[in-house]
Design a protein around this ligand. Sequence first.
Ligand SMILES: [Mg+2]
Length: 261
Amino acid sequence: MAISSNASPFDSIIFDLDDTLYPSSTGIDKCVKKNIQLFLIQKCGFSESEAFTLRVDLFKTYGSTLAGLRALGHDITAEEYHGFVHGRLPYDSINPDHHLRNLLCTIKQRKIVFTNSDRIHAMRSLDRLGIKDCFEQIICFETINPNLPYSTRPDEFPILLKPSLDAFKIALDAANVDPRRTLFLDDSVRNIAAGKEMGLHTVLVGKTEKSKGADYAVECVNDLAQVIPEIWANEMDGEDQTMTRTKSELEAVLACAVVGA
Ligand SMILES: [Mg+2]
């Protein structure tokens, strides 16, 4: 297949973190769920069976357990919750991803992380992957909930998280991107649908089939070059030139980058 273009359609690429930049096979997600249930039992006094149901129900209704607990009046700080839920995660199960690092290094557009997780977790995960310095900006829980530390009661500032459109508005504003020129990657079908509503170009990660609102689907973030080669289309300094590059040539460029790791 020949790719003919004089410019990439994307100026910026926004990546989710958990289960997008590293796979769910690390087991981190399972540990997060287990820790949330432990938090509900040990810190909030719920029984084991209540904790399981509550975690699922609060996620569906409020976007996260923390958001639900605070909305229901539990005076739990984000620091206390994140410290408990993320502080004991087995980060050594996230291994350096040299292929991903090389892939990111070949992408010349602005690269931004947008995660619902807190900054400490985001930085530790990106550090383990060996890609912390590949991103211009990390938009995280603290970015989209700046007033939370100043609340005088738990329900004063409802917690904003993806897939809330308000969370996307704050993130896109903080990133200062044009959604029509931005590619957004996430493993959550709810986040992808919301991203599409915001006018972003969307990539569902971790699946082979597109969900509602997804423009593309990639089983793994490392498959980007095969599925969306237009990311690497060449800008030709504003002159009226076009460049044709075969897909196999592009793959060769990326393969060289991997060898040079
Ligand atoms: Mg995710």
